[in-house]
Design a protein around this ligand. Structure first.
Ligand code: FDM
Ligand code: MG
Length: 208
């Protein structure tokens, strides 16, 4: 019998919504419960494309909006073979940001949303997107933004608007990130448990 494939769980949301903390907690929990799980993150700053992205985000290097958009997408494409192998090998993948961030952050600059979507058409489609929200109140209680490009309140509000446009209720789950780390984790874990026990069929391609 062929082993069941792993599930692709993507976390999305604005900066400071708690994605990275929750991704790590979910991965730990899945492992403790006996599932195979790996944590990945985009951008993957360790590749040569990722290094250019890192310099761009750190404001050390400029790129045109189109070029940086395509590099973020290429940074996902360069990981597709590895992701396919892991999933088909029965590993569940937890991913901190994916193509939706790619579109949201670029379109928030005023770029055409449809143009922004094209380079990511055909990536592996997530089985579930956990979209984390945060109320204004809670956002202001959290530590200040860092120094990276995009870490500005007004820009994040635009990004949020685009995420709302991308929201697809057929496979997105909105999780309110206002609660304590453990409360939010519990919400996420129950949503993910359902996906893990479901038969999601073969891997699918995004937006095809
Ligand atoms: N970001 C992230 C993009 O602009 N496009 C993308 O495709 C991705 C994956 O990069 F501001 C932005 C979002 C964020 C920045 O992400 C770095 P992290 O999660 O803060 O490292
Ligand atoms: Mg950041």
């Amino acid at each position: 019998m062929v082993a069941r494939r792993g599930k692709l769980i993507v976390f999305e949301g604005c900066d400071r919504s708690g994605k990275s903390t929750q991704c790590a907690k979910l991965t730990d929990r899945l492992r403790k419960e006996g599932h195979k799980a790996e944590l990945l993150k985009f951008p993957d700053r360790t590749t040569s494309i990722g290094l250019i992205i890192n310099n761009y985000l750190a404001n050390k290097e400029d790129q045109s909006d189109e070029v940086i958009h395509l590099l973020f997408s290429a940074n996902r494409w360069e990981c597709m073979q590895k992701m396919t192998n892991l999933l088909l090998g029965g590993n569940n993948l937890v991913i901190d940001r994916y193509a939706y961030s790619g579109i949201a952050y670029s379109a928030a600059k005023g770029m055409d949303l449809n143009w922004c979507r094209q380079p990511d058409v055909g990536l592996i489609k997530p089985d579930k997107v956990i979209y984390m929200t945060l109320s204004e109140n809670k956002a202001s209680e959290r530590a200040d933004f860092g120094e990276e490009r995009y870490e500005k309140k007004e820009f994040q509000a635009k990004v949020e608007k685009i995420f709302e446009q991308l929201h697809d209720p057929s496979y997105w789950q909105v999780v309110n990130g206002d609660g304590s780390i453990d409360e939010v984790h519990q919400d996420i874990f129950s949503a993910v448990s359902e996906v893990l026990s479901a038969d999601c069929g073969p891997l699918q391609k995004l937006w095809t």
